[in-house]
Design a protein around this ligand. Structure first.
Ligand code: PXG
Ligand code: PLP
Length: 466
């Protein structure tokens, strides 16, 4: 055909999934091995993907379209990002307008008004007391920002020995050095070693709580392990405890009744900051704007990302209590000096701010919280109807999120989840697989019949594998 790669736009190609050709003139052409290998994919089995690419070309509402023209139901709202559905015209329009008005604005020593508007909106939607917003570009950046904020806070208060962090087993706090240290997912530390001084509370996934609907009843005493860590390290050396209200990535591990309250009580009694990582739980997934509101516990610092722009632009934020902000302001030295030597080139990026404002506006005006609350009980019954399916050893849920534990295939815990997710993709459903779990987080706008189709396909798939 004589078409060269630089004249081809992938989206315009009707690709059949036919793979590497032996024709040397097409050696670097689309879908050749070389073409695919140029992109080192994040958190992916690159070798497997590149043998049979699962390429998504467009999305609208609850569905992706693949390069083969197949429609795929988005069973994880992107990557827990896109609860309002894809390609929302309100967000698209806001982003387009902002791009042509102010595409970039230096975030250091200068600002643009949308940043203040988003900050005020976030203060309004999050629990009272969380009053000051520091912008980042992602959940990982939010995690590391919150840890630096906590350490610096104690230094400014004259307690510089408070440097250690307490995380939890199975927790995910992104991939930066601070986040992997406090995180409890071994794979994230295995290749890179330890960085910060961190210790870990036990996770709360008890076998006795298997198949609990919503919050499990047993396990509040696991919070008291914090007392053991305080006795070991001494509170004078501990800056903060960081917790995902429910652990998302490790398969939706929901806190036992009373657990988060007890953690907060202990933190308060020992002058330790409590950080909630709400990167997944924030902005609707829990049937509330935040998990803090859903669970009735307000942290000192809250990290958010993902749903804040409906996934349409990279953005994260760290929201702090007034005392923390004020401590920085009070110790800042002369007014022209920086109070917190931290920030990202893309902090409060104007286009991300425009996307966030449009998203938060949609969440409020389309009553997304009520929508999630209304669908959640149906979703709960649906996911738990899969109890008894082959290899399913536990089902957990909260709001519009659920996790399934899958029995290990010999010494290969990740194998069956991978097989399940691939089979689901063949059937027209995208679900998340990681570790020995399958996760669902359907869009807030899903219909009951879409939930039915998803669950039916998943049940069939569970029972069809070996
Ligand atoms: N904290 C939490 C609680 C998260 O869930 C991050 C931090 C990091 O955010 P960024 O934007 O840097 O990726 C996350 C991200 C999964 C999965 O398998 C979840 C995430 C990322 C990748 C996979 O559920 N959450
Ligand atoms: N590396 C270099 C060499 C830089 O100049 C910068 C920012 O100016 C960074 C890293 C940090 O980039 P970002 O602010 O996008 O996180």
């Amino acid at each position: 055909m004589g078409m060269t790669l630089d004249r081809i736009h992938t989206n315009q190609l009707e690709l059949s999934g036919v793979l590497p050709t032996e024709d040397p003139s097409l050696k670097k052409g689309p879908y050749s091995k070389e073409w695919l290998d140029a992109f080192w994919m994040p958190y992916s089995g690159n070798r497997d993907f590149k043998l049979k690419p699962r390429m998504l070309l467009s999305a609208k509402g609850c569905y992706f379209k693949t390069h083969e023209g197949r429609e795929i139901f988005d069973g994880l709202s992107g990557l827990w990002t896109t609860g309002l559905g894809h390609a929302r015209s309100e967000i698209t329009q806001a982003v387009a307008t902002q791009m042509s008005t102010l595409d970039f604005s230096p975030p250091f020593q200068f600002a643009q008004p949308l940043a203040f508007e988003v900050a005020n909106k976030l203060v309004e939607l999050t629990p009272s007391g969380l009053d000051h917003v520091f912008f980042t570009g992602s959940g990982s950046e939010s995690a590391d920002t919150s840890l630096k904020m906590a350490r610096a806070y104690w230094r400014l208060k004259g307690q510089a020995s408070k440097t250690r962090f307490i995380g939890r087993e199975k927790a995910y706090h992104g991939v930066n050095f601070g986040g992997i240290a406090v995180g409890g997912i071994v794979a994230n530390r295995k290749m890179f070693g330890q960085s910060l001084e961190a210790d870990h509370l036990p996770h709360t996934q008890l076998p006795s709580n298997a198949f609990s609907k919503g919050m499990p009843k047993l396990g509040v005493e696991l919070a008291d392990d914090l007392l053991r860590l305080i006795a070991l390290h001494d509170a004078s050396n501990i800056a903060a405890v960081i917790i995902e209200p429910f652990s998302g990535s490790s398969g939706v591990i929901v806190p036992p009744v009373g657990y988060l309250q007890r953690i907060q009580e202990i933190c308060r009694a020992h002058d330790i900051l409590l950080i909630f990582d709400e990167v997944i739980t924030g902005f609707g997934r829990c049937g509330a704007y935040t998990a803090a509101q859903a669970f009735g516990v307000t942290p000192d610092i809250m990290n958010v990302a993902k749903q804040i722009t409906n996934g349409s632009q990279p953005m994260g934020a760290v929201i702090a209590k007034h005392d923390i902000y004020q401590t920085f302001m009070d110790h800042g030295g002369p007014d022209y000096m920086l109070e917190f030597s931290h920030g990202y080139t893309y902090s409060a990026h104007p286009v991300a701010c425009a996307a966030a404002l449009a998203t938060l506006d949609l969440l409020v005006h389309e009553h997304a919280i009520e929508q999630v609350k209304a669908l959640a009980p149906y979703f709960e019954e649906s996911v738990h109807s899969l109890k008894g399916c082959k290899f399913v050893t536990d089902i957990r849920n909260f709001g519009l999120a659920s996790g399934f534990s899958i029995e290990h295939a010999g010494h290969e815990p990740a194998k069956r989840p991978y097989q399940i997710a691939m089979k689901m993709f063949d059937k027209g459903f995208y679900v998340r697989y990681s570790g020995d779990t399958i996760q669902l987080a359907p869009p807030f706008i899903s219909s009951r019949s879409e939930i039915d189709s998803l669950i039916n396909a998943l049940g069939e798939t569970f029972n069809g594998i070996n």
